[in-house]
Design a protein around this ligand. Structure first.
Ligand SMILES: Nc1ncnc2c1ncn2[C@@H]1O[C@H](COP(=O)(O)OP(=O)(O)O)[C@@H](O)[C@H]1O
Ligand SMILES: [Mg+2]
Length: 144
């Protein structure tokens, strides 16, 4: 998989296949920002990546802001959707999460608070094409 990567996934299976390829590229310590409208497939993608690490039970963190999973890898799954300000992140110890080099971090709605994200990260943009198809674009951002 080379970056930038852009494709139209015409089915859920196609999205799962991209997630599977991506799961073999990312490493512990990586941060993955997922952006796109409600229903565009952010949670579906995280869930699909996690299946490749033998993790089940992935769902969007609603009240907790962050869910933790572990299987073959450790995962922190954030969702900034309901977040009002970055103070709430500091309250839950975001700094410790984001600096944990043993874990892969996914953040839905990350672009609400881009300023708390590390410069080095993957950015995935999801676009609703039709009921079954989603455009998926993955970029690798580097600080230098
Ligand atoms: N090609 C596709 N890729 C991803 N999800 C799809 C696709 N086609 C249909 N879907 C459906 O779209 C929905 C995406 O929902 P979700 O992942 O919760 O979105 P978000 O987290 O961005 O709000 C799921 O119900 C999923 O089954
Ligand atoms: Mg979601």
């Amino acid at each position: 998989m080379n970056f930038p990567f852009k494709i139209i996934a015409h089915s859920e299976e196609a999205t799962k296949s991209i997630a599977s390829r991506f799961s073999r590229v990312i490493k512990t310590g990586d941060v993955v920002a997922l952006n796109g409208n409600l229903g565009s497939g952010k949670t579906f993608f995280v869930k699909s990546v996690c299946e490749n690490y033998n993790i089940t039970g992935v769902q969007s963190p609603t009240f907790a802001i962050v869910n933790e999973y572990s299987g073959d890898k450790k995962i922190y799954h954030f969702d900034f959707y309901r977040l009002k300000n970055t103070e709430e992140l500091l309250d839950i110890g975001f700094e410790d999460y984001i600096n944990d080099t043993e874990t892969i971090i996914f953040i839905e709605w990350a672009d609400k608070f881009n300023n708390v994200l590390p410069m080095d990260r993957y950015e995935i943009n999801f676009n609703f094409v039709n009921e079954r198809s989603r455009e998926i674009e993955i970029k690798k951002l580097l600080s230098k």
